[in-house]
Ligand binder design. Structure first.
Ligand SMILES: *Cc1c(COP(=O)(O)O)cnc(C)c1O
Length: 345
């Protein structure tokens, strides 16, 4: 008789919402579609695809476009089917059987999820007041013998950023690989991208799903020194980046002016949302000053707020002790703040 492996027996699936909502501010996507001209360019790029052939296994075009946008060397980049894929690949590859992955919680839930699917041990450092304590992280990683430390900076879901000096301290002092997930670094200014080659144990993850507004295309980028990049290329599946997504994304990423404008628009939207909510929330709630494209409101009424907003056609993300609201278009921001105001009235 077949029985499932023990590690799979009580796993809960990640189930994003599929219902329709008037306003969707739950997934930290960009609210902005690429403009008409960019979409037309993407469409004409389709004509260049040899559909009967496998894609370029090195995904050279998307690596070059991304590298040029961020001032990086293309040979230090690895493309993937969303950063989600490369997270799974790294956790699978860089731990021995029975090994441990260290996470700093609350953080992006997929880190723990993939570690558990791989049958690895998860060592969790608990944040205090949502902040990372570098010394505690270093001590925990080194005393547990964890082979991977993975965390997001700025953090989803807390919206807090860790300064460059503290991040460096962690990378330099742990005996593990550090997977630094910078999915939201376009909204903050403390990236380690520029110095990635100085470390023998650092992989930085970026994505086209957030600021760049290409969540539908599923493109993640890992940045690391030559040696680690070589290993990523050995362990990933050879055709993980499809031709369609890579070509379409290149059309958008080559327009640096457009990207800069969108980035500023999202930061402006985030700041508006933060200031607006700050002005009317009661004293017993705490709004964190965000380094991301979303705001995090600490409250013991998270569930009530979430349910109330749903009745107003507004979807946000609910956690045990806080809610997370993605910065949207001006009208989406107005809808969510109006509904929140009504809740607190
Ligand atoms: C959204 C998100 C990702 C996922 O990015 P994809 O490239 O869409 O898979 C990765 N890390 C964090 C922290 C995120 O919030």
């Amino acid at each position: 008789m077949y029985s499932l492996p023990k590690k799979l027996q009580d796993m809960t699936p990640y189930t994003p919402h599929t219902e329709r909502f008037r306003v969707r501010l739950d997934a930290n996507e960009s609210p902005f579609m690429p403009d008409r001209a960019a979409i037309d360019k993407m469409k004409s790029a389709l004509d260049k695809i040899e559909f009967n052939r496998y894609p370029d296994p090195s995904a050279k075009n998307i690596r070059e476009c991304f590298a040029s946008l961020y001032g990086l060397k293309p040979e230090l980049l690895t493309a993937s089917n969303g950063s989600d894929e490369i997270i799974s690949v790294i956790i699978n590859a860089f731990c021995d059987a029975g090994g441990s992955v260290c996470v700093i919680e609350p953080d992006f839930s997929m880190y723990r999820f993939y570690a558990e699917v791989c049958g690895l041990n998860v060592v969790a450092v608990k944040k205090r007041d949502f902040a990372i304590d570098p010394d505690e992280v270093i001590k925990t990683v080194n005393s547990s013998g964890a082979q991977i430390l993975i965390f997001s900076n700025p953090c989803n879901p807390t919206s807090l950023g860790l300064d460059r000096e503290s991040t460096r301290k962690i990378v330099k002092n742990v005996n593990s690989l550090v997977v630094l997930d910078e999915a939201y670094m376009d909204f903050y200014d403390q990236s380690l991208l520029g110095e990635v080659e100085e470390y023998d144990n650092l992989i930085i993850l970026r994505t086209c799903s957030k600021m760049l507004g290409l969540a539908a295309l599923r493109i993640g980028i890992a940045v690391a020194n030559k040696r680690l990049t070589g290993i990523l290329n050995t362990v990933r599946s050879p055709y993980n980046m499809n031709s369609l997504s890579a070509l379409a994304a290149c059309e958008l990423l080559s327009d640096h002016e457009y990207v800069k404008t969108v980035n500023q628009k999202i930061i402006h939207s985030r700041d508006w949302l933060y200031n607006e909510i700050l002005a009317f929330i009661p004293d017993y709630c705490k709004l964190i000053k965000p380094c991301t494209n979303f705001v995090t409101l600490v409250t013991d009424q998270a569930r009530e707020i979430y349910d109330f907003l749903k009745t107003k056609g507004v979807l946000i993300r609910c956690f045990d002790e806080f809610i997370r609201i993605t910065a949207g278009t001006q009208s989406e921001n107005q809808a969510v703040t109006a509904a929140l105001k009504e809740f607190f009235r």
